[in-house]
Design a protein around this ligand. Structure first.
Ligand code: HEC
Ligand code: HEC
Length: 415
């Protein structure tokens, strides 16, 4: 087990390279789980966790290639980094198998407790998970939350949202309304006139995609864009800003570079291999989760290849995003990864991608927002991209965007 757990855990602030390197064979696509809200018990595919890892005592039936996703789910549920339970070393491999930290043992007990709850009270379905109680907190609260008043503007905005939702989803149950914006799995199939849920959009997928392509500048203009380099700054939740460069080249080459005091933090893919660089160390991304996390950043050419990049792409419902009406189109990029694409009903532009990755323990959320669209050589480019997940909230603001500039292929290759 080779491991170098990057940014989040070693102190860098942008969580760009939560790099996890697993040796011992290329991971396969995560065990397929049926659609729906309760992932079925994982169907073993390939080796199980104990065959690949050194010290597995409770996750014995977990397919090895799902361990990484489960660990991220556990971390996200508690709002902690890998280091909370695992012994870290300054450089190189982390001895993840070691049991020196008490929290790791507590986590084992919690895994068994959670299983027991599901077995006893929920017919073995995975209903309760770490997030049910922890909700992003190390120690779950024992006190129900007060209804906290926000600023008058926030109260007014919340009330307006609630009114808009009520108007748009007449038949929706309160429980479903509470899930709005959450894992999308259940969103499919609930729609339809007279059905129990929001009406499906009147627009067809083709109409939505065509309008999107038109909004960006039209097919001929988009087809001419072969590369793009965007420079600006990235700001994290703590308000720290650093220079950022996003380089893209057709087909599917992507490189994000953040200039930190400790040198560049890089996440890149040349279309086949993905890699990260952090504190001078470079390593290939081998876990299923992290590879998906990297390839979904590829943005250039997205509009023209929407139907190739997503399976089962279909308009699912109307919604609201800030002060805008949106159409939500849902599709999958992998059996375990669902994206909800939020298209502005007025402009046709893609404003948000809400990404849900099902792990063997629960669903991990991620969100990418595009805004401040401006014209560059006849095509619209988002000058602001906000990425949020459990470990980070990063705002990229670009000041200098160039298209069709030469970019050396070597920039995208793992050295
Ligand atoms: C809340 C505690 C907790 C956190 C946080 C956590 N882990 Fe774990 N991890 C565990 C436990 C418990 C095991 C052992 C599971 C078992 O015994 O079946 C484990 C096992 C592992 C193993 C297998 C090691 C071996 O060879 O036996 C790897 C790899 C791993 N974790 C990676 C990570 C990564 C990467 C992160 C951060 C994204 C992370 N873990 C975060 C609790 C945690
Ligand atoms: C049914 C509710 C519930 C579920 C489900 C649950 N926990 Fe907990 N967990 C708690 C409570 C309550 C505590 C605090 C116990 C205490 O105060 O002594 C806790 C404490 C912990 C701690 C110790 C934190 C600390 O700071 O001491 C860890 C680690 C932990 N849980 C991990 C997990 C993991 C991993 C999962 C999912 C496999 C999980 N928990 C699922 C209720 C839950």
């Amino acid at each position: 087990m080779k491991l170098s757990c990057g940014a989040v855990v070693t102190g860098a602030v942008f969580a760009l390279t939560l790099g996890v390197r697993a040796s011992g064979g290329a991971p396969q696509v995560a065990g397929q789980q049926p659609a729906g809200q309760q992932p079925a018990p994982a169907v073993p595919q390939g080796p199980l966790a104990p065959e690949k890892y050194k010290n597995i005592q409770v996750l014995k039936d977990l397919p090895a290639d799902q361990l990484d996703g489960v660990m991220r789910f556990v971390s996200a549920s508690l709002g902690v980094n890998c280091e909370f339970c695992h012994v870290s070393v300054p450089r190189g491999e982390w001895p993840m198998e070691k049991d020196d930290k008490r929290m790791k043992q507590t986590a084992r007990e919690m895994i068994e407790m959670t299983r027991a709850i599901n077995a006893k009270s929920f017919e073995g379905r995975q209903t309760v998970n770490c997030a049910s109680c922890h909700h992003g907190l190390q120690e779950p609260s024992r006190i129900p939350p007060l209804a906290v008043p926000f600023t008058p503007e926030q109260i007014a905005a919340a009330a307006a949202r609630a009114r808009a939702q009520a108007a748009q989803r007449p038949a929706q149950t309160p429980a479903a309304a509470g899930r709005a914006g959450g894992p999308p799995a259940g969103a499919e199939g609930r729609g339809g006139p007279g059905g129990r849920g929001p009406a499906r959009p009147a627009e067809t997928l083709d109409q939505i995609v065509d309008k999107y392509i038109q909004a960006l500048g039209g097919r001929p203009a988009l087809e001419k864009v072969r590369s793009r380099v965007m420079r600006g700054t990235v700001t994290n939740r703590a308000g720290q800003s650093l220079p950022v460069i996003v380089e893209e080249k057709m087909p599917g080459k992507y490189r994000l570079t953040i200039e930190t005091a400790r040198g560049p933090e890089v996440r890149a893919s040349n279309g086949s291999a993905a890699w990260v660089q952090n504190a001078g160390e470079t390593h290939e991304v081998t876990t299923v989760f992290e590879r998906q996390e990297t390839t979904r950043l590829v943005d250039l050419g997205r509009a023209l290849r929407l139907k190739e990049r997503y399976q089962n792409l279909a308009p699912t419902r109307y919604g609201r995003l800030d002060d805008k009406d949106v159409i939500i189109v849902t599709g999958r990029t992998a059996p375990s990864v669902t994206e909800q694409l939020h298209f502005d009903r007025t402009s046709g532009l893609l404003l948000r991608r809400a990404i849900s990755t099902r792990t063997a323990m629960g669903t991990l959320p991620e969100q990418i927002d595009y805004s401040d669209f401006r014209n560059v050589n006849g095509v619209k480019v988002p000058f602001q991209i906000v990425r949020a997940s459990w470990g980070y909230h990063n705002t990229q603001k670009f000041t200098d965007v160039k298209v069709n500039v030469p970019v050396d292929d070597a920039r995208f290759d793992l050295k």
